[in-house]
Design a binder for this molecule. Structure first.
Ligand code: FAD
Ligand code: NAI
Length: 514
C-alpha cells in the first residue's frame, strides 16, 4: 500500500480532478441548457390568470420556481430582461459590460414547461376592484394599440422603486442616476464628455477643475461602490491615457449622515472611510445637498460644534444615489385602498405578502413595505416564497377536487373492498392536503452584506452558523468577486462577467465615449 504521504497526495489529486470535471460538466450543461429551449405546451384557458408585474429580482425569482402549468401566466414590464444590479456600479466605467449582467426574459420564460406571455409595457393603473391592470407601451416604437387592459385572477406587484430625490430642486434635471441600464449608459457618456470638454482648447483652469469634479451624493452602498469604481477607473486607465487630467480629476462622496455604509459594523465603516481616504476620494459626511443647478451644488454642512453653513460645490458630473422612492403606479394603487393609507415606504403586506385591504393581490421587493431592507436578497427570497405559495395553491385545488370526487365515490360504492380502497385513497389525499396547506409565513434569512470599496478591496458582514464574520481587504475582494460571480443569473452571465474582468486586466478599460 502507498505511504501515507502519497495516499494524501493521491486523494488531493483525485478530489481536484473530480471537482474540475464536475465544474466543467456543470458549465457545459449550463451552456447546453441556455441554447436549447424546451418544447412548450400552451396553457389551459380554464386555469386562473396570474399576472406578474416587473422583471426584477422579486418577479424573476417567482417566475423561476413557479410551475407555470397551473396558471395562465402573463408577465408585464417595461424592460424585457433581468438586471443583475449588484454589478451595475461596475458598468459606467466599463469594468463590466452592460450586456454581461442582463439576462433576456425570453431565455427565462422559454425554459418553462408551459408557455408564459410577456408584454413589454408599463402598468399605469392597478384596479383592484375591477381586477384589471392598465398597461401602456412606453417604447419609442408603438403599434396601433399601445394602451390596453389586462384582467387578472391573481396579481403579483413587483415593480421595484424609483430614485429618491426628496423634491430637492434641480436633481431630476441635472443629476445622473444608477438604477437601470440606461442610467449607466448615460453616465458613461457623461463622464467621458466631461473629460473631453475639460480638455477643449482654451478652457480655463477653473472650468477644467469644475468639469473634472465628479460628485457622488449618497453614502449608501450604491454611492460608495460607484465612487470607488470611478476612482479605480481614473487611477488605472484615465490617468495613463489622458495624463492632462491627472491634476484636476477628482471624486467627492457626499453623505448627510456622520458615516457611510450604515448597514455595516463600526469597524468596517472605519475601514471603508480609511480606504476612501487612501484612494484620495474626498469624503464629506454631515453634508446635506439642498439644491442643484447645472454647474453648482448647494450643500448644508454641519460643523463639529453643531453650527451649520451653506457651501457651494462646482461640479461636472453629479451622480445621485440617495435610495428609493415609491413609484407613481404604486402610490396611485395605495391611495385607493383605505388599509394602505398609513403606509409611507410602499405597499403594506401581511406575512404571506398579500396586499393589505385586497384579495388575490401580492406585493414583493422594493415596492412593498416590510421590516426588511430593500435589497435583492429580500426580493428574491420573497419571489421564491411566492412561487411555493402558488404551487401549493394549485396542489391544494387539485387535491380538494380529488377528495370531493372520492367522497362521491365512497357514497356510491356498494362492495366492501371498493369502499375500503376509496377510504384508503381518501386518507392519503387528506394527509397530503394537510401537508400542502401547512405553508409557514415568509421568513427572511440574511446571508450578509458585501460591498466593493475600491483599490481591489471589499467589505463583508457575512452570517456564518449562528454568528457573523466581518472582514475587509484584498481577500474579501476575492470573496466578493466569487460570490457575485456565483450569484449571476445564468452560466452565460457568469462567463461574460469573467471575460470582462479578464479583458480589463489585460487591456484596461475603454476610454472612448459611447
Ligand atoms: P427591481 O429589481 O428594481 O425590478 C423592478 C421591475 O419592475 C423592473 O423590471 C422594472 O422594469 C419593472 N417596472 C418598473 N415600473 C413598472 C411598471 N409601472 N409596470 C410594470 N413593471 C414595472 N441588493 C443587494 O441585496 N445586494 C447588492 O449588491 C445590491 N446592489 C445594488 C446595486 C445597485 C446599483 C442598485 C440600484 C441596487 C442594488 N441592490 C442590491 C438593491 C436591489 O437591486 C433591489 O433591492 C432589487 O432590485 C429589488 O428587486 P425588485 O424585484 O423589487 O425590483
Ligand atoms: P441608501 O438608502 O442605502 O443610502 C442613501 C444615502 O443617501 C443615505 O445614507 C442617506 O443619508 C444619503 N442621503 C439622502 N439624501 C441626501 C442628501 N440630500 N444629501 C446627502 N446625502 C443624502 O441607498 P442606496 O445606496 O441606493 O441603496 C438602496 C438599497 O439597495 C439599500 O437597501 C441597499 O442596502 C441596497 N444596495 C445594496 C448593495 C450591496 O449590498 N452591496 C449595493 C447597492 C444597493
Amino acid at each position: 500500500p502507498p505511504k501515507k504521504k502519497f495516499r494524501f497526495l493521491r486523494f488531493l489529486w483525485r478530489t481536484t480532478y473530480l471537482t474540475a470535471l464536475g465544474g466543467a460538466g456543470w458549465l457545459a450543461w449550463g451552456i447546453y441548457e441556455t441554447v436549447h429551449p424546451v418544447e412548450q405546451v400552451e396553457p389551459d384557458p380554464a386555469k386562473k390568470t396570474l399576472v406578474i408585474l416587473g422583471t426584477g429580482w422579486g418577479s424573476v425569482a417567482l417566475l423561476k420556481k413557479l410551475d407555470t402549468e397551473n396558471y395562465n401566466v402573463i408577465v408585464i414590464s417595461p424592460r424585457n430582461f433581468f438586471l443583475f444590479t449588484p454589478l451595475l456600479p461596475s458598468c459606467p466605467t466599463g469594468t463590466v459590460e452592460h450586456r454581461s449582467i442582463m439576462e433576456p426574459l425570453r431565455h427565462i420564460i422559454r425554459h418553462k414547461k408551459t408557455s408564459v406571455k410577456f408584454y413589454e409595457a408599463e402598468a399605469t393603473k392597478i384596479d383592484h376592484e375591477k381586477r384589471v391592470v392598465v398597461i401602456n407601451d412606453n417604447s419609442d416604437i408603438k403599434g396601433d394599440v399601445h394602451q390596453t387592459e389586462v384582467p387578472f385572477d391573481y396579481l403579483v406587484v413587483g415593480v421595484g422603486a424609483e430614485n429618491a430625490t426628496f423634491g430637492i430642486p434641480g436633481v431630476k434635471e441635472h443629476a445622473c442616476f444608477l438604477k437601470e441600464i440606461n442610467d449607466s449608459q448615460k453616465l458613461r457618456t457623461k463622464i467621458m464628455d466631461c473629460i473631453e470638454s475639460a480638455l477643449f482648447k482654451g478652457q480655463s483652469q477653473e472650468e477644467k477643475d469644475r468639469l473634472l469634479h465628479m460628485v457622488v451624493v449618497g453614502g449608501g452602498p450604491t454611492g460608495v461602490e460607484f465612487a470607488a469604481e470611478l476612482q479605480d477607473f481614473f487611477e488605472d486607465d484615465l490617468k495613463k491615457w489622458i495624463p492632462d487630467i491627472a491634476d484636476s480629476f477628482h471624486v467627492t462622496l457626499v453623505e448627510a449622515l456622520p458615516n457611510v455604509l450604515p448597514m455595516f459594523s463600526k469597524t468596517l465603516i472605519e475601514y471603508t472611510e480609511q480606504t476612501l481616504n487612501e484612494e484620495k476620494i474626498s469624503l464629506r459626511t454631515k453634508t446635506m445637498v439642498k439644491k442643484v443647478s447645472s454647474k453648482y451644488i448647494e450643500a448644508e454642512i454641519t460643523n463639529p460644534d453643531g453650527t451649520k453653513e451653506l457651501q457651494i460645490l462646482p461640479y461636472g458630473c453629479l451622480i445621485w444615489a440617495t435610495g428609493n422612492a415609491v413609484r407613481p403606479v404604486v402610490r396611485d394603487f395605495m391611495s385607493r385602498i383605505p388599509e394602505q393609507k398609513s403606509s409611507r415606504r410602499g405597499i403594506a403586506v401581511n406575512e404571506y405578502l398579500v396586499v393589505d385591504g385586497t384579495d388575490g393581490i401580492w406585493a414583493l421587493g422594493d415596492c412593498s413595505a416590510t421590516k426588511y431592507a430593500p435589497t435583492a436578497q429580500v426580493a428574491s427570497q420573497q419571489g421564491a416564497f411566492l412561487a411555493r405559495l402558488f404551487n401549493n395553491m394549485a396542489k391544494t385545488e387539485k387535491l380538494e377536487t380529488e377528495i370531493k370526487e372520492l367522497n362521491d365515490l365512497a357514497v356510491k360504492a356498494v362492495k366492501d373492498e371498493d369502499k375500503e380502497s376509496v377510504e384508503k385513497s381518501l386518507g392519503s389525499k387528506t394527509k397530503a392536503l394537510g401537508r400542502v396547506k401547512k405553508l409557514s409565513p415568509f421568513a427572511y434569512t440574511h446571508q450578509g452584506s458585501l460591498a466593493y470599496i475600491g483599490m481591489e478591496r471589499a467589505v463583508a458582514d457575512v452570517s456564518w452558523w449562528n454568528g457573523n464574520i466581518a472582514s475587509g481587504g484584498g481577500l474579501t475582494y476575492l470573496f466578493w468577486r466569487s460570490a457575485y460571480l456565483s450569484m449571476c443569473f445564468s452560466t452565460r452571465n457568469r462567463i461574460l462577467v469573467l471575460l470582462d474582468w479578464i479583458k480589463v486586466k489585460a487591456f484596461g478599460r475603454d476610454v472612448s465615449r459611447e
